[in-house]
Design a protein around this ligand. Structure first.
Ligand code: FE2
Length: 365
């Protein structure tokens, strides 16, 4: 894998650089930081080159590196990656037909849907992908394919919350949790997707009431990321939080964070009913795709059992390919019963959810 750039916010004039081959080691983040600092002294990504494929990625380097290296080993095709935290859709739009990007890798259905709505991606009609990725985890015309899934779970204090005391998202609005819940911003895509699913199940009016109830139960103003809410439980700030499954997994695998994560118990909300809200990470083929054939080969590879195993292990996520079992740690948590509401429906309710968050002033601004 060749990293050709990493930008926090993609500067318009920034070009990409070649950092050379990076090895899988703990210095990756440092190398990334160094790359960002010198991102202006650049070497452009070639639009079309034999044996190469170009990726714009919102996913982090340490997740992609083992996958792309395995792909290169198997096929001889080299991947060039531009990493960014935001702005990739804008960049694709700006570059139009001349964009060197073949693929976009991202998290969250809202981002995948944005690519479709801006008409930046093309249909992929491919038997291997259709076999590997279940229908509910891909766009009906192949405009995106999920590669991993994550549950949005409830975490509770082992000490202060009894087993079975909370089992659904709906209960987060119950008075008994007054002053006992912590979450990140209501505007974050992960929460927006959860709230969108609530709208799909209960309608807007009922979801508004629920969201008001949840807001009233917050122990503090929404802040930080999902991991910070687990920390807040460990510190006694609150007793209940909402978070994505892999954050908990990653904390358990980190020597320093493990004692914090061990203070909480995970709950698969609505497991007995409609199932737990899940979101995805996924991949799309761009409209421009100068290396279309190589790109589709990479998509096929990423959906294969071999790559799915690597991917799911790297971030304690659920493989999208049902043939591949979750990692040992994830399996220990018990089976997830995913809400099979279509991801498209979640994407369709996004704007309504954003409005609700504003209307109830969830973040207390
Ligand atoms: Fe995340």
């Amino acid at each position: 894998m060749r990293m050709v750039g990493v930008f926090k916010n993609l500067p318009i004039l920034a070009k990409q650089i070649n950092t050379g081959n990076t090895r899988k080691d703990g210095n990756m983040r440092m190398k990334l930081a160094a790359t960002a600092a010198i991102a202006l002294s650049a070497m452009p990504m070639a639009a079309s080159a034999d044996g190469e494929v170009n990726i714009y990625s919102y996913r982090q380097a340490y997740l992609l590196e083992p996958l792309l290296n395995a792909f290169e080993q198997e096929t001889g095709i080299q991947s060039n990656v531009v990493f960014a935290k935001q702005g990739l859709a804008e960049r694709l739009e700006r570059e139009g037909r001349n964009s060197p990007a073949d693929l976009v890798m991202t998290v969250d259905i809202s981002r995948l849907n944005e690519l479709v709505e801006r008409d930046l991606v093309q249909n992929v009609d491919n038997e291997t992908l259709e076999e590997n990725i279940p229908e509910n985890l891909r766009h009906p015309e192949g405009k995106w394919f999920a590669l991993t899934a994550r549950g949005r779970l409830i975490f509770v204090s082992k000490d202060r919350v009894e087993e079975g005391e909370i089992t659904t998202y709906e209960q987060l609005a119950d008075d008994k949790w007054n002053n006992r819940i912590c979450t990140r911003s209501g505007k974050h895509p992960y929460n927006i997707a959860l709230f969108s699913s609530m709208i799909a199940h209960h309608g807007e009016a009922e979801t508004e009431k629920w969201l008001e109830g949840l807001k009233d139960n917050l122990a503090r103003k929404p802040q930080g990321g999902d991991r910070d809410q687990i920390k807040a439980i460990a510190e006694g700030v609150c007793d209940v939080s909402i978070g994505n499954s892999y954050y908990y997994g990653n904390m358990l695998q980190d020597e320093n964070q493990r004692p914090i994560a061990e203070q909480v118990r995970l709950v698969f909300p609505n497991a007995e009913g409609r199932g737990t809200h899940v979101n995805i990470s996924g991949i799309s083929l761009t409209k421009s795709a100068p290396n279309r054939e190589n790109a589709i080969k990479l998509m096929e590879f990423l959906s294969s059992p071999k790559a799915q195993r690597i991917y799911a292990e790297a971030n304690t996520e659920y493989p999208a390919n049902p043939e591949v079992k979750p990692s040992g740690l994830v399996a220990e948590w018990g089976e997830i019963n995913p809400d099979n509401l279509s991801l498209q429906e979640i994407a369709d309710n996004r704007n309504a959810a954003v409005k609700l968050v504003d209307r109830v002033d969830y973040d207390g601004e």
